[in-house]
Design a protein around this ligand. Sequence first.
Ligand SMILES: Nc1ncnc2c1ncn2[C@@H]1O[C@H](COP(=O)(O)OP(=O)(O)O)[C@@H](O)[C@H]1O
Ligand SMILES: [Mg+2]
Length: 303
Amino acid sequence: MPDNEPLPAVKPLPPGDHYADIQRELDVMIGLDNVKSLVYEIYAMLQVAHMRSEAGLNSGAHVYHMIFKGNPGTGKTTIARIVAKLLQKMGVLSKGHLIEVERADLVGEYIGHTAQKTRDLVRKASGGVLFVDEAYSLARGGEKDFGKEAIDTLVKAMEDMRTQFVLILAGYPAEIDHFLLTNPGLPSRFPIQIDFPDYTVDQLIQIAELMAKERDYTLLPQSLFKLRQHLMQEKQMSLFSFSNARYVRNMIEKSIRHQAVRLLTQYSNSVPGKHELMSIRPEDLKVDVPVNGSGRKDGILGS
Ligand SMILES: Nc1ncnc2c1ncn2[C@@H]1O[C@H](COP(=O)(O)OP(=O)(O)O)[C@@H](O)[C@H]1O
Ligand SMILES: [Mg+2]
């Protein structure tokens, strides 16, 4: 087509701002700037592909399988849900739901069982996203392990049902890297890779404030101070097992229970005022002085 020939007019997309909802959901999340811009890139690409196809241009058959690399509690599942919704809004997926699975859901007990279990889950995810958490654990047992059969079944489904579901593999960065290295056929099947960095202490504090606010609670300034001290310590002690925003969520939920018990004790003959009902005091945030960082599970705080 000569350069000066006008392109056919681009028809508008169906009514509705496809990104507004997604934007709103992303906006409330603290940090994650790189993740947010990647989600926007995916949207932009789909929007332009739509315009290109309206203009009679090759809009390409894209592959949207993804790898999410990040430590626990860094927002992988939350973002996967948002991405599933985006892909549905943009017409890539018919339903946009998310089925979250891990090794135990995919791997069976006898030969053939794994392929069947895996295929059933792929079918359940049809029209949406199949999110495989700790995906590297499928490669754990080597060639003879049934995990291998699950991987092979997933790869086959990616080909046979190419447009029917999106596969997202998630896990710890180092382990996902190792997994991809030892399965050389895999990386090229996942054109979109997103890194989920650990949150800084400042971000964890903002997340705590957000989570408290969503539940109609307030962390008093002294409570925020205590939380900050604790998070700094905890982040340092459990370098590889610290579960980021999930740890914070567990702490908030636990402090809400402690606050309830404190209020009932304190106000045995009266009713606490609104301010008291909302306030998380430092004594509600019960934290252990850690003896040693190893072997402690997230969210298990002394009380
Ligand atoms: N950036 C963020 N801002 C606010 N809340 C967050 C953020 N990241 C994670 N969370 C919250 O932390 C919890 C754990 O997040 P999740 O997406 O399950 O992490 P992952 O799948 O990486 O383990 C959820 O309650 C989620 O809503
Ligand atoms: Mg998760």
